[in-house]
Design a binder for this molecule. Structure first.
Ligand code: ZN
Length: 195
């Protein structure tokens, strides 16, 4: 695995290398141009142009270019070496980290169950943080007669049910509300109405 810092360093090296290469090309083409101009001027017996003249301590443009190219080349070699070292380090860390087995997503999900919000509880047990004892627990569920059961009972009476089937909503869990309890402190956490 490539460390982020190393990656940033690599990018900086790449950028500086790219800059050096571009600048060197620029300088080299300028030098070629100056040399050609110098030759032309000499052949035609012109007096020395400003870029060739040496004023006391000042360097001519050609010499300045030569110097800059020299500095850039040195820096380029330095950077290339640093880059090689960096990539070899990266290879080593990559090969060493490859031996460490990473847990798969499945393993992770089995060890750290998804904690749901109390209000997001459904009709099946889920992992929540108990609001009373603050523990992370898997809820215990119980089915309670709620308004759904009563509603269905009235509805079946209205439809002319007389054989006792109007009482079915009170016995079938499917029509009851789901109540979540904390297995630790046994308090009621949340009730999920059927409708
Ligand atoms: Zn609790």
């Amino acid at each position: 695995m490539v460390h982020e810092e190393d990656q940033v360093e690599m990018d900086q090296v790449e950028m500086e290398l790219w800059y050096i290469i571009t600048r060197k090309q620029q300088l080299q083409s300028r030098r070629t141009l100056l040399l050609e101009l110098q030759g032309f001027l000499k052949n035609n017996n012109f007096r020395e142009a400003s870029f060739m003249r040496k004023d006391d301590q000042e360097l001519s443009e050609l010499e300045q270019i030569e110097q800059e190219i020299q500095i850039l080349s040195e820096r380029e070699t330095e950077l290339r070496n640093a880059k090689e070292q960096q990539s070899s380090i990266t290879e080593i860390t990559e090969s060493s980290s490859a031996t460490v087995q990473k847990p798969t997503d499945e393993e992770l999900s089995s060890t750290t169950p998804e904690v749901v919000e109390v209000v997001d509880l459904s009709f099946s047990p889920a992992t929540v943080q108990c609001p009373t004892c603050q523990q992370q627990v898997i809820t215990e569920i119980q089915h309670k007669v709620g308004k759904t059961s009563f509603l269905l009972c009235y509805l079946s009476i209205l439809l002319g049910c007389v054989g006792g089937c109007c009482l079915l909503p009170f016995f079938l869990n499917y029509f009851k509300d789901t109540c979540h309890f904390c297995p630790s402190c046994h308090t009621e956490i949340h009730t999920v109405p059927r409708i």
